[in-house]
Design a protein around this ligand. Structure first.
Ligand code: AHM
Ligand code: MG
Length: 337
């Protein structure tokens, strides 16, 4: 990998090109997908930034000052991504958390050799209270013959991802991605409209500081999950308690723990036996990133990246973050502690 000094200014485009150069056989298609995602992210960031004005300019379901109907931001973000990606000739199909079925590439456009899976605006219920939200994406290589991508191309285990990433729309907008050569973070400089390399080769601390979990579900947790949480809180097992931080916006909770060390947990519980989060749009891409950063992601029983998906909108329990805390989850949920 090309080394950059603390003072070099490296745009995301230049970084992607430098990474691609490591592979002389690369056609540039994957790089093209990443540029298009970065462009879509800038467009969404722009909409998210003015979301607080929606009430002034016209709320959802009403017309704005131009007389156009207002759209919910998650629906709008979905459209932005689809429109930024469907004509580039690199994808053969897409799937979104917002849409029930596969999104085909429109007739008349070239189909490429990749599929894109995404959650256009995760945590969008937080928009009204000005809490960070995010976009999460995953890229897989097409495995079927034929021009268009199929469900089979989407339902591959996460270890086959060729790229994955997320964008966090927070106090600044950041894009973090991996193509399997480390996890790298870029911060949007709004004055020039460019993502600049700010967090090269992110490494998550082996032992965490933070615990992110919605513990109002405690009454529905299994005894093993309750024991695990007691360990995390230092009430059992003798370790130092983790500090609880729960935004309720997966990208924000994950991002903090990735940089500072910690574990995000969304356990299965009696009312939601597979948890809440989606394997293909949320767990897999974040698992690829966390592993590249030296952390782990587990269902509590097996590595997230090894799960064979059965359906597009499948949910999974998720324990993700620092190695020590995720391994503790595996041990306690297996009854080994
Ligand atoms: P969404 O995809 O409908 O936005 O839901 C996912 C969000 C995550 O961002 C967050 O971690 C989780 O839901 C919070 O769920 P809960 O309110 O059950 O704790
Ligand atoms: Mg989501």
């Amino acid at each position: 990998m090309v080394r950059h000094t603390a003072t070099s200014v490296v745009t995301i485009e230049r970084f992607i090109i430098e990474q691609e150069r490591q592979f002389p056989e690369a056609t540039g298609e994957l790089s093209g997908i990443l540029y298009d995602i970065a462009l879509a992210a800038k467009m969404i960031a722009n909409k998210v930034r003015s979301a607080g004005l929606a009430d002034i300019l016209g709320a959802q379901g009403t017309d704005n000052v131009q007389g156009e109907a207002q759209q919910k931001l998650d629906v709008l973000s979905n459209e932005i991504i689809v429109k930024a990606m469907d004509h580039g000739g690199r994808l053969c199909a897409m799937a979104s958390e917002e849409e029930p079925d596969i999104i085909p590439i429109p007739e008349g456009f070239r189909c490429g050799k990749y599929v894109l899976l995404f959650d256009p605006l995760d945590g969008s219920s937080n928009i009204d209270v000005n809490v960070p939200v995010g976009t999460i994406f995953s890229v897989m290589r097409k495995i079927t013959n034929g021009r268009h991508g199929t469900l089979e191309d989407m339902l591959q285990p996460g270890r086959r991802q060729v790229a994955a990433g997320y964008v966090i729309y927070g106090s600044s907008t950041m894009l973090v991605y991996t193509t399997g050569q480390g996890a790298h973070g870029f911060t949007l400089d709004p004055s020039i409209g460019e993502f600049l390399l700010s967090h090269p080769d992110i490494k998550i601390p082996n032992t965490g500081k933070f615990l992110s979990v919605n513990d109002s579900y405690e009454q529905h947790w299994s005894d093993e999950v309750k024991t695990l949480m007691r360990h995390y809180r230092g009430l059992e097992g003798g370790s130092k308690p983790l500090s609880v931080r729960y935004v309720g916006s997966l990208v924000a909770d994950f991002h903090r723990n990735l940089l500072a060390g910690g574990v995000f947990a969304y356990p299965a519980h009696a009312k939601s036996p597979k948890g809440k989060l989606r394997l293909l749009y949320e767990a897999n891409p974040l698992a690829f990133i966390v592993e590249q950063a030296g952390g782990c992601a587990s269902t509590g029983h097996c590595r997230i990246l090894d799960v064979q998906p059965e359906e597009l909108h499948e949910r999974t329990p998720l324990y993700i973050g620092s190695k020590h805390e995720v391994e503790l989850a595996n041990d306690i949920l297996a009854g080994n502690v």
